[in-house]
Design a protein around this ligand. Structure first.
Ligand code: AP5
Ligand code: ZN
Length: 203
């Protein structure tokens, strides 16, 4: 199936996409990870890092191209981090057909703590949280890193950009009748149960 997962920064898109990709045998296509892997790439629209470290959106032509290339190679996908504005949503409508649109709904008060406490395993890409999902293994614990844009100041700007640019995308998929709202404030396992059930029904 072709699955879109929407939600604010810290809503749990990456956490749940990893499980979706495994369970439904689809490609995890994430513009955030793709951009982080090419942060210092120079494009005619600037260097991604200069936007990302400030919490701003990378210019549309850069991300559109990443998504177009990744989707054309994927036989089923879960798309995470895109579209982030209405112009990206229009572009996406032109290049693919979606089977399921999931929206992870989490209150903004909860998001800052999730992001500033997030830690990543650079070797596996696994996502942890110092409180909500701590690493058990000592070797893993020692190598955990924090994302450059997870400082409180940048998090606040990412949330502002989300409200301004990405909330209209949520409304767009609400209007088309495709959006399925998932309560993202439950535990990761409970969120996963709802997602699994929804994808099995809709796809
Ligand atoms: P991107 O990487 O997409 O970041 P984001 O949208 O801000 O989302 P996050 O990755 O921060 O959060 P998430 O929802 O994946 O949450 P996670 O599962 O990790 O984008 C980064 C930047 O790249 C952008 O700012 C922009 O500059 C650029 N960019 C990317 N795409 C772009 C585009 N299309 N156009 C333009 N620019 C683009 O979970 C977060 C934390 O919470 C973790 O610690 C996790 O353990 C914990 N957690 C997860 N679920 C739960 C739960 N149910 N309960 C408690 N804790 C939980
Ligand atoms: Zn993510």
């Amino acid at each position: 199936p072709n699955i879109l997962i929407l939600g604010a920064p810290g809503a749990g898109k990456g956490t749940q996409s990893a499980r979706i990709a495994e369970e439904f045998d689809v490609e995890h296509v994430t513009t955030g990870d793709a951009l982080r892997a090419n942060k210092h790439m120079e494009t005619e629209h600037g260097t991604p890092a200069s936007f990302m470290d400030a919490g701003e959106l990378v210019p549309d032509p850069v991300v559109n191209e990443i998504v177009n290339a990744a989707l054309s190679e994927a036989d089923g996908y879960v798309l995470d981090g895109y579209p982030r504005n209405l112009s990206q949503a229009e572009y996406l409508d032109d290049i693919t057909d979606l089977d399921v649109v999931l929206y992870l709904d989490v209150d903004e008060d909860e998001l800052v703590g999730r992001l500033t406490g997030r830690r990543l395993d650079p070797e596996t890409g696994d996502i942890y949280h110092i409180e909500y999902n701590p690493a058990e293994d000592e070797a893993v614990k020692e190598r955990l890193v924090q994302r450059d844009d997870d400082t409180e100041e940048t998090v606040r700007e990412r949330l502002r950009v989300y409200r301004e640019n990405t909330e209209p995308v949520i409304e767009h998929y609400e209007e088309t009748g495709e959006l399925v709202r998932i309560d993202g404030e439950q535990t990761p396992d409970e969120v996963w149960d709802d997602i699994k059930e929804t994808v099995e029904e809709e796809a």
